[in-house]
Write a protein of this length. Structure first.
Length: 269
């Protein structure tokens, strides 16, 4: 699942490729936008909000619009030079193609595609909590939103984008390991909730601007995480075998020794 820093990086790639340019062609391969033609529109900027990508445009009549997309598990945007071979993913996954004189942006397997007036962006992203990588990041508000549901497990709460926007499975697992908190601990029993939120923000910010995500400080293959993706491997701290639980798109890795369950907490299935 793409994390907030991945979407932030993707937004910057599109901004560098498209911002300030006039579209010379477009191709929407989704039913709801199949007849939409943005030719002649100008790209103002590309921005991210949590895991949502917002491509802001100006129409020939000066009206401002936003092309919204969500990457979910498998979506991606790629920018190519005109004439360059599109090598991102199979062609049948292409959902959008935007052309300018200097670049071609191709969106693969995108979700929740919508074109709305920029003034109405909140109808799509207004429900989100504070953006961990946003200029308006508000850690106090994030803590308050988490604390409002003390019975929810901290694992679920961190993934709930209404609490704070940008945390996915990877950062959820790594933050909880580093804090020594079991993923099944109720929010109300988490010691130092502000510290947990602050660590999540620091980890995402540290990986902003690069595609190799690391929580350990190492960028070497196999050394970038403490628990994520390391099922049955020894914990880097204590040597205990890392465990994994998978429920749909929600994957949790943890060390049962370094992250002991709170008394009365139901064990994982």
């Amino acid at each position: 699942m793409p994390e907030g820093d991945t979407v932030w990086n993707t937004a910057r790639v599109l901004h560098r490729a498209l911002a300030g340019a006039r579209l010379t062609g477009c191709d929407f391969r989704v039913p709801q936008l199949a007849t939409t033609d943005l030719t002649g529109w100008t790209v103002r900027e590309s921005a991210s909000r949590g895991k949502h990508l917002l491509l802001r445009l100006t129409a020939p009549d000066e009206a401002r619009w936003t092309l919204h997309s969500h990457l979910r598990m498998d979506g991606a945007w790629r920018a190519y030079a005109p004439g360059e071979r599109w090598s991102g993913k199979p062609a049948h996954l292409i959902r959008v193609v935007l052309r300018t004189p200097g670049a071609v942006a191709v969106g693969y397997h995108l979700h929740e595609l919508a074109l709305v007036p920029t003034a109405e962006e909140d109808t799509l992203v207004g429900h989100l909590g504070p953006d961990l990588l946003g200029s308006d990041w508000d850690p106090d508000e994030a803590v308050n939103r988490l604390a409002a549901h003390p019975e929810q497990t901290i694992s679920e709460a961190l993934l709930d984008q209404r609490n704070l926007a940008g945390v996915g499975n990877l950062y959820k697992c790594e933050v909880l390991f580093l804090r020594g908190v079991s993923p099944w601990t109720p929010v109300g029993a988490v010691p130092d909730l502000p510290g947990t939120v602050a660590l999540a923000q620091r980890l995402l910010a540290a990986n902003r601007g690069r595609w190799t995500q690391s929580t350990t400080g190492s960028l070497h293959r196999g050394q970038t995480s403490y628990v994520y993706g390391r099922r049955a491997q020894p914990c880097r701290r204590c040597g205990t075998a890392i465990r994994k639980e998978e429920l749909g798109e929600r994957v949790t890795y943890w060390c049962p020794a370094c992250q002991p369950e709170q008394p009365g907490t139901p064990p994982p299935a």
